[in-house]
Design a protein around this ligand. Structure first.
Ligand SMILES: [Cu+2]
Length: 342
């Protein structure tokens, strides 16, 4: 007779999935918001909200001691969430050096490593006890230098025994664009364009508020899709925006919207504040594709129409005159005979 797994055991994967899902919904952790270079860094974070550009990497910590994988890539202008699982019986830390392309000397003692951590800080440092999960969140904004950032464990003698790795941060400084918001519910300009030489390309848009009302700068992740005021809420629930930057209220206030574009196309951006999109607060970012020539303004078309009507009328009059002239020309007055004889 086959033994069936107990209900509890069968429910376990769903239970874990539920916990992970709940973690995604939690607000950004203190690590993500306070900046990772300062302050107390040991502790558990949470998954950061999916509304930001988020990359998720899973890393297993073992008693070898080692990280698996030991190295992985991430992109500039992204939020990196590392899903850590310690499957060993020892505690480990996931600590990321803030200095790009700097290799920590393997012959350092634990106290030398502690001193480095204390003086230089870390992009993230999370302590994971045996058998536990934790999140390490790194904000890789546009100011971060691409390069290899070393991962190491602060637990004495683990680094020396080989517990190290690398995060390869790739991508250059973002291409910069400038955008403005107004109280007349418009983006000025409402067309932005970029001609990147390669993909993915990191883009940094500085959005400045010219009026007083608060707005958002929210961009579709799908190229060549036009949103409607009636469907954008549902659309963004199904497709996380490339960027969803709140633009603070108050004239002169500004915010950066940083994101990564993976392929050419036309990306629509809107303000998600209720009623703003419906009032015309949207624009388009052209990436690697030509901006179409603007259609002639409506008023000019009407004037041209009237000109055409006028020209047609004048032509008609002219033709009538010619016809009359030719008809009258066929019956010229007879020449005076007195002229012929002098
Ligand atoms: Cu708005």
């Amino acid at each position: 007779m086959r033994s069936r797994p107990s209900p509890l055991r069968r429910a376990l994967p769903w239970f874990i999935a539920g916990i992970l899902l709940a973690g995604v919904g939690l607000p950004g952790s203190a690590f993500a918001e306070s900046g990772l270079r300062t302050g107390p860094l040991i502790g558990e974070g949470h998954a950061i909200p999916a509304s930001n550009r988020t990359e998720v990497v899973q890393v297993v910590m073992t008693d070898a001691p080692a990280y698996s994988p030991a190295s992985f890539t991430a992109n500039v202008s992204s939020n990196l969430s590392v899903d850590l699982f310690n499957n060993g019986s020892l505690a480990h830390t996931f600590t990321v050096s803030p200095i790009p392309n700097y290799v920590l000397p393997l012959n350092w003692t634990p106290s030398q490593l502690d001193h480095f951590y204390a003086t230089e800080g870390a992009l993230a440092s999370v302590n994971v006890s045996a058998g536990h999960h934790a999140w390490a969140n790194l904000t890789l904004n546009a100011s971060i230098t691409p390069g290899a950032y070393e991962i190491y464990s602060l637990i004495p003698y683990q680094f020396q025994a080989g517990m190290s790795g690398k995060i390869l941060v790739q991508g250059g400084p973002g291409l910069q664009l400038f955008e403005n918001t107004t109280d007349s519910l418009a983006f000025v300009p409402n067309i932005l364009d970029l001609s990147p030489s390669s993909y993915p390309v990191t883009v940094d848009v500085l959005v400045t508020n010219l009026g007083n009302d608060g707005h958002t700068f929210t961009m579709s992740p799908l190229a060549n899709v036009t949103l409607l005021p009636s469907n954008f809420t549902q659309f963004f629930q199904q497709h996380s925006p490339l960027t969803n930057a709140p633009i603070p209220s108050g004239a002169g206030n500004a915010a950066w919207a940083n994101f990564t574009v993976y392929s050419p196309g036309v990306y629509q951006y809107i303000c998600t504040i209720t009623g703003h999109f419906a009032n015309g607060m949207y624009g388009f970012l052209y990436v690697g594709v030509p901006i179409p020539p603007p259609p002639p303004p409506l008023s000019t078309a009407i004037v041209q129409g009237w000109i055409l009507v006028g020209v047609a009328a004048l032509l008609g009059v002219g033709i009538a005159v010619v016809i009359v002239a030719s008809l009258t020309g066929r019956v010229p007055p007879p020449p005076k005979t007195s002229d012929a004889h002098h």
